[in-house]
Design a protein around this ligand. Structure first.
Ligand SMILES: [Mg+2]
Length: 241
């Protein structure tokens, strides 16, 4: 028995007797951050969007309308605003990410239930985000779940190729020695589940009404559809607390 199977065996012993057997094979639990670990209704992303517009206004010395047009053009042509700004304007990604994520987090409430449920998941827990690590840590801190994650994989670690680009998924699996067949990804964007499913991961669609969350909807890439991450964790972990 290799070390991985030994670890799996050990983890299985930690599973509560009432935990949903559907997830017996899962050793690594991977969560998207924005609109997944907190509800889309907080509208946090609109604040980031506004700062991206303001950044482009300053960079190009243009009007808010022109900045918005450039922002959307980069988003459509390059997958993200950041990728377009890097390729066409040579901006520093660290400086850009730091600037656009400099938003107040007072819309995020501490989530005691998540804080209680996450540590009960048997195995490792990761955050996989298109944002940067300092911002992700601030958000996790605001929710009150920082200590319940083993590590996080951000946009720098994905070589600035955001989900759903398969590149970042491969880098994350390699970095943390994740076997996709024993891993699960929960994300509010259906399209982000596609590469995960292709790798063999179990997929959870957190269908909580986030913008373009159902873009590219394909039921074959969704194993489980839930409306709220906390409700779902509560339902699969049972009463073993
Ligand atoms: Mg998200």
């Amino acid at each position: 028995m290799n070390a991985f199977n030994l670890l799996k065996r050990f983890d299985a012993l930690r599973r509560g007797p009432h935990m949903d057997r559907q997830f017996d094979h899962i050793c690594d639990w991977i969560f998207d951050l924005d609109n997944c670990l907190y509800p889309a209704s907080t509208g946090l992303f609109s604040l980031i969007d506004e700062r991206m517009g303001a950044y482009i206004e300053r960079l190009l010395g243009c009007s808010p309308e022109e900045a918005k047009r450039v922002q959307k053009a980069h988003f459509h042509q390059h997958g993200t605003t950041l990728a377009g700004l890097m390729q066409e304007h040579g901006i520093d990604p660290h400086e850009f990410l730091e600037d656009v994520h400099d938003i107040p987090l007072d819309r995020i409430r501490a989530d005691e239930r998540l804080g209680r449920l996450l540590p009960r998941l048997p195995g490792r827990r990761f955050v996989f985000t298109n944002g940067d690590a300092p911002y992700a840590r601030r958000v996790l801190e605001a929710i009150g779940v920082t200590d319940h994650f083993d590590d996080l994989h951000d946009i720098h670690a994905s070589s600035y190729r955001p989900k759903p680009d398969p590149h970042g998924y491969a880098l994350m699996c390699e970095r943390f020695c994740i076997d996709p067949k024993h891993a699960l990804l929960a994300d509010d964007m259906v399209q982000n589940l596609v590469p995960a499913k292709q790798l063999g991961m179990t997929t959870i669609w957190v269908d909580n009404g986030s913008e373009r969350g159902n873009h590219g909807y394909d039921e074959t890439v969704i194993d489980v559809r839930v409306a709220d991450i906390g409700d779902w964790l509560e339902s699969i972990l049972g009463d073993d607390g």
